[in-house]
Design a protein around this ligand. Structure first.
Ligand SMILES: *Cc1c(COP(=O)(O)O)cnc(C)c1O
Length: 386
């Protein structure tokens, strides 16, 4: 029986070396609290510093610019709330895009309800934001721009460096959700000209429930969500999730070491998969044809419900996704596909295949073998096809 995992944008398996690293901090005497001044605490404080250095060096950041959080969602919330609340006296306008992850989109919308003026930029047919639209949206009241690096549903990579340049010229704080791009494509905070950047452990073969927020030195940002102790230099209260942080640091270190070779390998597999699927009729690639994540392939199948495809694939031992984990159990079409101009009846036929380190060429061959009869059968039964 095959068992193939093709849902790495949803979450990834924990790398064995990451699990080993975490185990060291769950068992034995590496349980200290880094805020304690005895030897148990001091030892962990040293290890925590090393972990912070690993994350900082992966991003081209300084060690003091990294704050550990409970994941991508918290990093996004912290970044946006912290920048918005502290700069209220300068202006109340926030710019984001229509294809952001809900951790960003719903945070910005909540601020909209709380009196902030928000602009949600449209995207083109590939899910791409245009620089001209960003430039046109900026006013003298704009205090924050938050745009994702790479989209989780359709894999499109946004022109972050150019938006960063614009934000810098206009002295506007720039936040980037880089949860999908870290470890897959170059992410350097200076090259991208970002002030705040979110990442998450479980999308890079690390543990769930841990992430980080990069905060550029000098950024007018303040922690506004969690009140408590002085951990993380007063930027995130609460005793640190040490096993999680150690796992995250190991995961990002491994991802950096392997990024170039692994990226090239995944592009090869991805393109074989895209080529194979597009040779079937009435199938469209979603997202940008070239500016997309190395491991990401997403499609629209005419006359088919994505969910039926997932069930059929699951019976063949293949775990895929319709695009967004959040749409499971909801009949609402994806906000990303909708923003790209896909009509609702077509949006329901979405399939997302996201590859990872354990996937092989045999997996792709097997998938292409089994998907064809599945599509034929589902289309034969389809009331959508007359
Ligand atoms: C998964 C994801 C998040 C949320 O991260 P969690 O660690 O699961 O909270 C945020 N943004 C993007 C783009 C994601 O893919």
């Amino acid at each position: 029986m095959h068992s193939i995992y093709f849902d790495h944008s949803g979450t990834t398996p924990v790398h064995p070396a990451v699990a080993e690293e975490m185990y060291r901090y769950i068992t034995g005497d590496s349980f200290g609290n880094p805020s304690s001044i005895h030897k148990y605490g001091l030892r962990i404080r040293e290890d925590l510093k090393e972990a912070r250095e690993k994350v900082a060096s992966a991003l081209g950041a300084d060690v003091d610019e990294i704050v550990f959080t409970s994941g991508g969602t918290e990093s996004d919330n912290m970044a946006i709330h912290g920048a918005a609340q502290v700069n209220k006296n300068r202006g109340n306008h926030i710019i984001t895009s229509a294809v952001e992850h809900h951790a960003v989109l719903n945070t910005v919308k909540a601020l909209g309800k709380a009196g902030f003026d928000i602009t949600i930029l449209p995207v083109d047919q590939y899910g791409m934001v245009s620089i001209d639209d960003v430039a046109a949206a900026i006013t003298d009241k704009t205090i924050l721009i938050t745009i994702m690096h790479a989209n989780n549903e359709v894999g499109t990579i946004m022109p972050i460096a150019q938006i960063g340049q614009l934000a810098q010229e206009c002295k506007i704080i720039f936040h980037v959700d880089a949860v999908q791009s870290v470890g897959k494509i170059p992410v350097n905070v200076d090259d991208l000209k970002v002030d705040l950047l979110s990442l998450s452990g479980h999308k890079i073969n690390g543990p769930k429930g841990v992430g980080a927020l990069y905060i550029r030195k000098g950024t007018n940002w303040r922690q506004t969500l969690l009140h408590g102790g002085a951990q993380e230099r007063l930027r995130r209260a609460g005793t640190e999730n040490i096993p999680g942080i150690m796992g995250l640091a190991k995961a990002i270190e491994l991802a950096m070491e392997e990024r170039e070779t692994e990226g090239a390998r995944l592009i090869g597999l991805r393109d074989k998969l895209i080529h194979g699927l597009l040779s079937i009729g009435d199938v469209k690639l979603t997202g940008h044809p070239t500016k997309r994540l190395p491991n990401h392939a997403s499609f629209l199948f005419k006359y088919i419900e994505g969910e039926s495809m997932l069930l059929s694939l699951d019976m063949k031992g293949i775990a895929a996704s319709t695009g967004s984990a959040c749409t499971t159990g909801s009949l609402e079409p994806s906000h990303v596909l909708t923003a790209m101009g896909v009509p609702p009846e077509e949006a329901h036929g979405s399939l997302r295949i996201t590859l990872g380190k354990d996937n092989t060429e045999e997996d792709i061959d097997y998938f292409l073998d089994v998907i064809k009869p599945i599509i034929e059968k589902l289309r034969d039964m389809s009331p959508l096809k007359d």
